[in-house]
Design a protein around this ligand. Structure first.
Ligand code: C2E
Ligand code: CA
Ligand code: CA
Ligand code: CA
Length: 273
């Protein structure tokens, strides 16, 4: 790569130059990050909306860049999707998360985010099978969170992949529900096991009556299709009260716990069923 000296006065926008440069640097470094041990998984609890008992955790990818420090996933995942690095990274995430969760009390589930790009290549089903086999995690404890971008393309292959995944015994969660373009028709065409309402609706529940209306509509829709509904991004008691009273069975958010290093359980907790 061409080295551009720091402090050079260029004839074009310096910010743009920096942005381009950092982007290229990140894209390049993403290719080495697994081998260099720069990734780790943070885990955020999902809790029963009524009892507040933890039912499982969502694995959230973290990247400690040697020079830039923590790079947020919203910044590097899109780059990894563009370069294809998300394929090996996604495999790493699945294996790591399943291996971690295999040591937890066995009523706890683990949710893993799967990128649309992973869905569009044929090896996803094998990757999931391998992760379960290597870790020994029972398939029913694994939930794959997918967004609507998965189902917006190539529906025949997507349906087949979803069917194969379900045959293995994992569940499929529609993440960020309500933010996509074709939400309603997707719910009908694909048999999801659960839907997660996007946190943008939860964040504005207190202030925005249309958010409350949308929330109600989504939960009602979920119920009419026998789908449990999860609310993410719950930060306050008021939000919890509202989503629970509307019928969300599970909740996730800073009110219950931020994403953090893997939870530790005593041997006693692990062996207790
Ligand atoms: P997501 O799957 O919708 O994950 C939820 C995001 O909301 C996480 O951000 C989480 O830290 C944040 N969050 C949870 N509770 C609260 C809350 O109460 N308040 C607020 N303000 N935020 C809350 P994070 O960890 O930065 O991840 C951002 C996105 O990056 C994820 O959104 C997901 O789309 C993507 N991502 C993260 N890890 C992976 C991964 O392993 N693979 C893929 N493909 N995508 C991932
Ligand atoms: Ca998610
Ligand atoms: Ca989400
Ligand atoms: Ca999101």
């Amino acid at each position: 790569a061409k080295a551009i000296g720091r402090g050079n006065i260029c004839s074009y926008d310096v910010d743009m130059d920096n942005e381009q440069q950092q982007r290229r640097e990140l894209e390049h470094d993403l290719g080495h990050a697994i081998a260099r041990g720069e990734f780790w998984l943070a885990y955020q609890p999902l809790v029963n909306a009524r009892t507040r008992q933890t039912t499982g955790y969502e694995a959230l990818l973290r990247w400690d860049h040697p020079r830039l420090g923590a790079v947020p996933p919203d910044r590097f995942i899109p780059l990894a999707e563009e370069t294809g690095a998300i394929i090996p990274i996604g495999e790493w995430v699945l294996t790591e998360a399943c291996t971690e969760a295999a040591g937890w009390p066995n009523q706890l589930s683990i949710a893993v985010n799967v990128s649309a790009v992973q869905f569009w290549i044929p090896s996803l089903v094998d990757t999931v099978r391998n992760a379960l086999q290597i870790s020994g995690l029972p398939a029913h404890r694994l939930e794959l969170e997918i967004t609507e971008s998965v189902v917006m393309r190539d529906s025949e292959n997507v349906v087949r992949t979803l069917d194969e995944l379900r045959e293995i015994g994992v569940s499929i969660v529609m993440d960020d529900f309500g933010t996509g373009f074709s939400s309603l028709s997707n719910l009908k065409s694909y048999a999801f096991d659960k839907i997660k309402i996007d946190r943008s609706f939860i964040a504005t529940i207190d202030s925005d009556s249309s958010s409350r209306a949308i929330m109600r509509a989504i939960v009602g829709l979920g119920h009419s299709m026998n789908l449990p509904v999860v609310a993410e991004g719950v930060e306050t008691e008021e939000q919890l009260q509202f989503v629970a009273s509307e019928g969300c069975v599970q909740v996730q958010g800073y009110l219950f716990g931020r994403p953090a290093i893997a939870p530790a359980f005593t041997d006693l907790q692990v062996s207790a069923v």
